[in-house]
Design a binder for this molecule. Structure first.
Ligand SMILES: Nc1nc2c(ncn2[C@@H]2O[C@H](COP(=O)(O)OP(=O)(O)OP(=O)(O)O)[C@@H](O)[C@H]2O)c(=O)[nH]1
Ligand SMILES: [Mg+2]
Length: 264
C-alpha cells in the first residue's frame, strides 16, 4: 500500500506549495489595497481646454508650467499627466489627467483609467462654455469657438466619459464617486449658481439629463455625484472673483475629495 501514501504526500506538498504561492501573490494585493486606501486614484476628465491640467496642478500643489499670459503657446496636453498629492498624515491622491480630444493618446488613457487600472473616483471638469478653444493638430493660428459650440462639445465629451464611468461602476462591488468640477468660476462670477444648476442631476438641463441617465445605468447606490464650482486661476485685480472666494472654493473641493476618500 505504498502508492496511496506517496500520492498523499505529493498532494500535501502541492497544497503547501500552492498555499505559499497564493500567500506570496496576495502580498502585493494587500499592499495595493493599502495604497489605494491612503492614496486613492482619481481620473481627471473633461474636454480640451477646460482647465484639467491647471486644476490638477493646484490640487497637487504643483506650480503650473503654463501661463495664460504666454499668448499662443497654450497648447493642450499631449499625454496623460500623473500628479500625486501628499499630506502630512501619509494620505493623498494619485491624479490621472486624461488629455483632451486633441491628443492622440486620449483613447489609451481612457482605457487605462476606466478599464485596465480602474480609478477610485472621477473628477470631471467642465467650464460653463469657457473652454479655451484649441487648434486641431497640424493647423496653426488661433482657434475660435462660441460658448454655445463649447457647451455642445462639452456635452458630447461627457457622453463618452459617462459611458466609461457607468461600465466601470457596474463591474465592481464598492461604490464609485464622481465630482463635477465647474471651473473657471472667475469668468462667470455672478452666474455661479446658474452654472452649478446646469451641471446638476435632476436639473432638466441637457447635462443634468445625462447625469440622470448615468445614475440610472450605474445604479444610484453605486455612484455618488457632487457638483462644485471652483477657480484654479485668477484672483488678482482684473479678475471677477476675489482671491479669497477662489481660495474658499478650492478648499471646499479639497474637503469634499477628502470626505469621499475617507481621509477625514
Ligand atoms: N480664467 C481662468 N482660466 C483658467 C482656469 N483654469 C484654467 N484656465 C486656463 O484655461 C486654459 C486651459 O487650461 P488647461 O489646464 O491647460 O486645460 P486642459 O483641460 O488641461 O486641456 P487639454 O490638456 O487640452 O485637455 C489655460 O490657458 C489656463 O490658463 C480658471 O480657473 N480661470
Ligand atoms: Mg491638459
Amino acid at each position: 500500500m505504498q502508492s496511496p501514501l506517496r500520492h498523499g504526500r505529493a498532494a500535501l506538498g502541492t497544497t503547501i506549495a500552492g498555499g505559499a504561492l497564493a500567500a506570496l501573490s496576495q502580498a502585493p494585493d494587500r499592499a495595493s489595497r493599502l495604497l489605494r486606501h491612503r492614496y486613492p486614484t482619481v481620473a481627471v476628465t473633461g474636454m480640451t481646454g477646460v482647465g484639467k491640467t491647471r486644476l490638477a496642478d493646484r490640487l497637487s500643489r504643483r506650480a503650473s508650467a503654463q501661463s495664460s499670459a504666454d499668448g499662443g503657446q497654450d497648447v493642450g496636453s499631449a499625454v496623460m499627466e500623473r500628479r500625486t498629492r501628499r499630506n502630512a498624515r501619509l494620505r493623498g491622491y494619485r491624479f490621472r489627467v486624461v488629455p483632451g480630444e486633441n491628443a492622440a493618446t486620449r483613447l489609451g488613457a481612457l482605457d487605462e483609467v476606466f478599464h485596465d487600472e480602474p480609478v477610485d473616483g472621477v473628477l470631471h471638469v467642465v467650464a460653463n462654455g469657457y473652454a479655451t478653444p484649441r487648434r486641431t493638430g497640424g493647423t496653426s493660428g488661433r482657434a475660435v469657438a462660441s460658448r454655445e459650440e463649447q457647451l455642445a462639445a462639452e456635452l458630447e465629451d461627457w457622453s463618452i466619459t459617462a459611458h466609461r464611468i457607468a461600465s466601470m461602476a457596474v463591474r465592481r462591488e464598492r461604490p464609485t464617486w464622481l465630482v463635477v468640477a465647474v471651473t473657471k468660476a472667475d469668468l462667470f462670477a455672478h452666474d455661479v449658481d446658474a452654472a452649478v444648476h446646469y451641471y446638476s442631476p435632476g436639473s432638466g438641463s441637457p447635462f443634468g439629463d445625462k447625469l440622470d441617465e448615468l445614475r440610472a445605468l450605474a445604479g444610484g447606490a453605486k455612484l455618488s455625484i457632487d457638483v462644485l464650482p471652483v477657480c484654479a486661476q485668477g484672483g488678482g485685480k482684473k479678475s471677477g472673483m476675489p482671491d479669497r472666494t477662489a481660495t474658499d472654493l478650492l478648499a471646499r473641493l479639497e474637503l469634499r475629495l477628502a470626505q469621499l476618500s475617507g481621509h477625514v
